[in-house]
Ligand binder design. Structure first.
Ligand code: GDP
Ligand code: MN
Length: 385
């Protein structure tokens, strides 16, 4: 889950990082009011879950409240890389002397967090890494030792930070690391961290990504999720307790168990490769497969217009196959699916399950016993469609 800039910065502030004291507006009039309260030049910033807002025209300076209102009017509703702007942050404008990049993320290969710093702030860090990788200073952080002050000094000296700012920089880097760890984040980034004309450091942009698997222990953070900014199917899937990832193939896969779902995706990719056919999604419906779960999963799969056939691959272990079959039958009678469906049911009571499915006479449904047979039938169904 990603946080908006304003959410990230408010979180940074809780950990002691200096940020501009702005507010969020949903209408041009509100933006004007906030600018009035700020009482000087402001910057009006689109709040969307994507970077490069500046280049896209989503970050604008305003000298007066009237101008702030005008900018908010043009920015609200703007489409930035497919994200519609519904909120703007109105911050007091900063006088920028220099832009610095400071971020922490997980380095999977090193199996520990890494803090990165660059004097080429403002730019995308991926872009800096491509054109001038030597401009990024990295320090790996041993989680048992934490971020040590000599490491922060190494960053400061690496970017030739003016010496009078080192104390502030020490504090900001330490706070950012605490914020990262205590939020179970996978990314905490300040880009840019600026040196102001007054000679202070200030975080003018912020970005945080949180580990979804740890959100259960951060209710306050979980509540920050902006469901208007994510695809509707992802919200539906999460609320139904399903894990769903959209892919770009044509076979809608409904599988119980993450490992079986991965194997199913592999098999459909292998058999469909020659014809450009593959899985339309990853979908794990979890242990049981009752009618409600299957019906919810069907709706999610069908929301994808690219899906041309459905492949159900269910292993009945604790939940017996006859129960699963009843669930599938009930779901198909509730959600009408015109496209071809291939069902593979294996495990406890699989014969009874298959029998039930056959007797139900669901239109355009075929059954399969092995996974390769199921995958081949699904590919053939897409080709025939
Ligand atoms: P991003 O493009 O989505 O990363 O949005 P940022 O918040 O990083 O803003 C983009 C750029 O706008 C920054 O790199 C700055 O150069 C500029 N900017 C942002 N806030 C201010 C501000 O308060 N004053 C000035 N002068 N420039 C700003
Ligand atoms: Mn930025």
């Amino acid at each position: 889950m990603n946080l908006h800039e304003y959410q990230s910065k408010f979180r940074f502030e809780e950990f002691g990082i200096p940020i501009p004291h702005g507010k969020v507006a949903e209408t041009p009039e509100e933006a004007r009011q906030i600018a009035q309260e700020v009482g000087g030049p402001v910057v009006v910033k689109a709040q969307v879950l994507t970077g490069g807002r500046g280049k896209a025209g989503g970050v604008k300076l305003a000298a007066t409240p009237e101008e702030a209102e005008q900018h908010a009017r043009s920015i609200l509703g703007m489409d930035i890389k497919g994200h519609i702007v519904r909120k703007v942050l109105v911050d007091p404008a900063a006088n920028i002397e220099q832009e610095i990049y400071l971020g922490i993320t997980n380095d999977r290969a090193a199996r520990m967090p890494v803090i990165m710093c660059s004097a080429e702030g403002g730019m995308d860090i991926e872009e800096v890494n491509r054109v001038k990788p030597e401009a990024i200073i990295r320090e790996h952080i041993d989680p048992l030792l934490g971020l040590r002050s000599y490491q922060i000094n190494a960053l400061a000296s690496g970017i030739e930070l003016p010496y009078p700012l080192w104390r502030q920089f020490q504090k900001i880097a330490a706070c950012l690391y605490r914020c990262y760890m205590e939020s179970d984040a996978t990314l905490a980034e300040i880009n840019p961290l600026i040196i102001t004309a007054e000679g202070d450091l200030l975080a003018v942009d912020g970005k945080m990504s949180l580990d979804d698997n740890a959100l259960f222990r951060h209710r306050d953070l979980a509540a920050l999720r902006d469901t208007s900014a994510e695809p509707a199917v992802e919200t539906q899937a999460r609320e139904a307790g399903l894990s769903y990832v959209k892919l770009d193939g044509q076979i809608g896969c409904m599988v119980n168990g993450a490992g079986l779902a991965m194997a199913t995706m592999d098999m459909t990719s292998i058999f469909g490769e020659a014809d450009g056919i593959g899985p339309a999604n990853f979908l794990d419906i979890g242990g049981g497969a009752d009618a409600d779960t299957v019906a919810a999963a069907l709706r999610i799969i069908l929301a994808d217009p690219d899906v041309k056939a459905i492949l159900l691959n269910i292993f009945g272990g604790i939940t017996r196959c006859d129960e699963v079959a009843r669930g599938v039958i009930a779901a198909f009678s509730e959600v009408h699916v015109k496209m071809p469906k291939v069902v593979r049911l294996v495990g406890t009571n699989e014969e009874e399950g298959r029998q039930l499915l056959q007797e139900a006479n669901i239109p355009d449904m075929v059954t399969a016993t092995t996974l390769s047979e199921a995958a081949q039938k699904a590919v053939a169904a897409v080709k025939g469609a």
